[in-house]
Design a protein around this ligand. Structure first.
Ligand code: TXA
Ligand code: MG
Length: 316
């Protein structure tokens, strides 16, 4: 059920149920992070492997301090600058956080999301919410309540309706190793804006070489249809133009039917492109086309995070 009923959301969560919640990045599938039984339901409903840890969400730095051993100085600076917002920090966890939430890792991922409805909900709760994106594991993340309804609607009692997500791609995940700042997932806060605050960072967004982030799998965010990046001429050897859906940054392609094309931002605005990305991928997946072809964006600002999603979504 899609509804704006905050009191019901609060009641359901306190009773150990799942509720889908709006955030500025994507919709999350939330449960009481301190209740192992409730957290287990998240993995079940999403069909998510338990080696993929969850982010916990709360509404103040004071509450974050209850869940972590300490906050390094650089993390504190980033938190002050970007919270509430699309930044997730990996911090040494206290015992109160169940191992199921962190997949047995010693750090917990924490974030204060920036959505008025969810912040009000978090204020009322005396526990943090564990919440992965509210999609079946591996599929495109939801940026509207209707996206959650379409796939998980029959498995959860409530989807809290907060409208379309403003940022549209997931949070940037940042941690610290031996004094170095590492970005484990590119996301809604750009590398450039993080470096302005704390200087150079290392980007390490792949799972294969990175046992600390088991969930950042190479293949993710994927539509059901074959999804390709790159050269249209290669696809045209196998498919007719009307069989190909196109996802482009700013311009329509004249030699393809217009109705099978989505433009992320005609003004080349990265913010608008990120907002539209997952929604348009879903729409293309539902069009009567056989394959989808996407174009990479310039590798700067949010273009980096958008390209990361496009690459992981692409058919290997
Ligand atoms: O914007 C977001 O971050 C959204 C909204 C709902 O907050 N959440 C989200 O969660 O994207 P999820 O579960 O789809 O992606 C979280 C990523 C996973 O790839 C997971 O591996 C990583 O965060 N992660 C979580 N806890 C971690 C930990 N302790 N150490 C390393 N990586 C962790
Ligand atoms: Mg996800």
């Amino acid at each position: 059920m899609i509804s704006k009923d905050l009191a019901l959301a609060e009641k359901l969560l306190k009773e150990g149920n799942l509720v889908a919640i709006p955030t500025e990045t994507v919709y999350g599938l939330a449960a009481n992070a301190l209740d192992v039984k409730a957290v287990a339901k998240i993995f079940e409903v999403k069909n998510r492997p338990t080696f993929d840890p969850l982010i916990i969400h709360t509404n103040s730095i004071e509450k974050v301090r209850q869940f972590v051993e300490y906050i390094p100085e650089k993390a504190e600076l980033l938190a002050q600058t970007f919270w509430a917002g699309s930044l997730t920090l990996l911090l040494p966890k206290r015992d109160i956080i169940p191992d199921l939430v962190t997949s047995g890792l010693s750090r917990v991922a924490v974030r204060i999301p920036k959505h008025p409805l969810t912040l009000t909900l978090l204020e009322k709760l005396n526990f943090p919410l564990a919440a992965p994106s509210a999609n079946p594991f591996g599929y495109i993340s939801p940026t509207k309540a209707e996206h959650v309804e379409a796939q998980l609607g029959n498995k959860i009692p409530l989807i809290l309706d907060g409208g379309a997500c403003e940022v549209g791609i997931e949070s940037t995940i940042v941690g610290f190793e031996e004094g170095k700042t590492i970005i484990y997932r590119l996301g809604g806060i750009s590398v450039e804006s993080i470096e302005t605050i704390i200087g150079n960072v290392e980007i390490r967004p792949h799972s294969s070489s990175n046992p600390n982030a088991p969930g950042m799998l190479e293949s993710h965010y994927a539509p059901r249809k074959p999804f390709f990046l790159g050269d249209k001429n290669v696809l045209l050897k196998t498919y007719l133009p009307k069989e190909i859906g196109l996802l482009s940054f700013s311009e329509f392609q004249e030699d393809f039917p217009l109705e099978n094309q989505k433009i992320l931002s005609s003004n080349k605005d990265f913010l608008e492109a990120a907002q539209n990305l997952f929604s348009y991928m879903r729409e293309l997946d539902q069009m009567p086309v056989k394959v989808i072809l996407a174009e990479l964006l310039p590798e700067e600002n949010l273009g980096k995070a958008i390209n990361d999603r496009l690459r992981r979504a692409s058919t290997k």
